[in-house]
Design a protein around this ligand. Structure first.
Ligand code: OOG
Ligand code: NI
Length: 463
């Protein structure tokens, strides 16, 4: 009897992110150029900073430094979101967080499908920012109906994929060959199709309602619209993009440059104008949707830290009602963020950021255990028995995401939606509630403390 080795969710996710990278590099050659810049800058940073190189090597980060950290798709209808959730689950990716972009003039709401436990994040943290179009925000009733009908006709999942999905959900894992087929079928969902499924006139109408509506409704499927590798120096990559004439967006989204990075900084080269064909038309036209992005992540903030971040960002953006426009934005942002402590111990003590506690000196730890001082993390830290390591932020930022959307939709038009966020509706479509990211970070932190004290109990039990 032969025993089939099932392929793990982490491995399937890794294969998937690799497949997406290969496909996107082929589809958007400029993205390949961006990857080259990222890897040159990363190499330079490592050369200048041997200490960083060592710490990345210690945590096995070096080998996969330049690989993609996230991508984004835009879905058209509830059933697509529901099935996508099942697809991502096979790859160990679960919906975390709810992002309402309508407040920023983008008619979608979204979640991020990502790995949630520490071990999986470490193997491969690849996530997909997944938006669902909110058709109810199309004002013109007849256009709304037409869009709904166009979407109703499309089927983005192949029969083969649905079959494999059912097999997996019945508790039968995937063999190597099945995992390959699964990844390949999933990749196909996100492939770019130059042929719009609608006439030129219909495209124009939907485009006039909102560029994003045309992007979602007029194509055969939800093409991947960007992938995002990790850079060790986002300012350097931004400068390089400019030097090489890649048309980066005007500002880096998120917090300013700091000694100790917090949350997430991201920027992109702007979406390319690409040739498309319309149904029943020989001439064709152009469509602007696909781009390349980079990200640099820092420590996850507690609700208190996040509130401070949000208020400082708002302060920088509300100046003269300019948002992030205007040449002084960078300076203003840096000035305002002076009030955000840039010292790890202070961030920890003031409970602004999440930390994980690791053993540093076990002998010392045991000694302190005998003195009965060990219940205090502060005392253990001060004595050098343990260390506190920042927990990396694994999610997205709504204001940044809106900025990324906007600079990649071409045009300068600003729509305003009076919509209220509808998380309940999103979760109903999804089929499950989204997970609360704060709880996940809290858990990681708590678990690290539990691990330490379990060691302590073992130490006291057998001195
Ligand atoms: C998604 C934009 C959001 C990010 O990194 O914040 C995003 C989109 O344009 O579909 O990917
Ligand atoms: Ni992105």
């Amino acid at each position: 009897m032969t025993i089939t080795q099932f392929i793990s969710a982490d491995e399937i996710r890794s294969r998937f992110s690799r497949a997406m990278s290969d496909m996107y590099r082929e589809e958007v050659p400029l993205y390949g150029t961006l990857l080259d810049i990222v890897s040159e800058v990363n190499a330079q940073v490592l050369k200048n900073n041997p200490q960083l190189r060592e710490s990345l090597a210690d945590t096995n980060e070096l080998a996969r430094l330049d690989v993609e950290r996230h991508g984004a798709i835009r879905l058209g209808k509830p059933e697509e979101l529901h099935t996508m959730r099942r697809v991502f689950r096979v790859m160990g990716m679960y919906p975390v967080g709810y992002y309402d972009l309508s407040v920023a003039g983008v008619p979608v709401h979204a979640t991020a499908f990502r790995p949630i436990d520490e071990a999986s994040l470490k193997i491969n943290p690849f996530r997909v920012f997944t938006s669902l179009l909110r058709l109810e925000l199309i004002e013109d009733a007849s256009l709304r109906l037409t869009a709904t009908e166009i979407l109703a006709k499309r089927q983005i999942f192949s029969g083969e994929l649905i079959h494999l999905l059912a097999q997996h959900e019945a508790g039968k894992g995937f063999s190597d060959e099945e995992a390959e087929r699964f990844v390949s079928e999933v990749k196909e969902i996100f492939r770019w199709h130059q042929e719009a499924t609608v006439s030129k006139e219909m495209y124009r109408q939907l485009h006039d309602a909102h560029r994003l509506i045309a992007d979602v409704v007029c194509f055969k499927g939800p093409h991947i619209n960007h992938l995002t590798p990790r850079t060790l120096d986002i300012d350097a990559v931004q400068a390089q993009m400019r030097l090489q004439g890649m048309d980066p967006k005007a500002v880096i989204e998120g917090p300013p440059k700091r000694q100790h990075p917090i949350l997430l900084r991201q920027t992109s080269f702007k979406a390319l104008e690409e040739k498309i064909m319309f149904a029943g038309d020989q001439q064709g036209g152009t469509h602007t949707a696909r781009f390349g992005e980079i990200e640099q992540r820092g420590v996850a903030l507690t609700p208190k830290g996040r509130a401070l971040y949000d208020s400082l960002l708002e302060q920088a953006r509300s100046h003269n009602n300019e948002g992030s426009a205007g040449s002084a934005y960078g300076d203003r942002l840096a000035a305002v963020f002076q009030s955000f402590p840039d010292d790890l111990e202070q961030l920890r003590k003031e409970q602004l950021a999440f930390f994980r506690y690791e053993m540093k000196d076990e002998d010392l730890f045991r000694q302190l255990a005998e003195n009965g001082e060990t219940r205090s993390l502060d005392a253990l830290l001060a004595a050098g028995a343990i260390v506190a390591e920042p927990i990396v932020y694994e999610d997205f930022l709504p204001v940044s995401a809106a900025g990324i959307f906007q600079s990649n939709l071409g045009g300068t038009e600003q729509k305003h939606y009076a919509a209220h966020s509808s998380r309940a509706r999103f979760e109903e479509d999804l089929g499950v509630p989204v997970q609360d990211e704060m709880k996940l970070y809290e858990q990681v932190s708590q678990q690290s403390v539990t691990r330490l004290f379990q060691m302590l109990e073992a130490a006291t039990a057998n001195p």
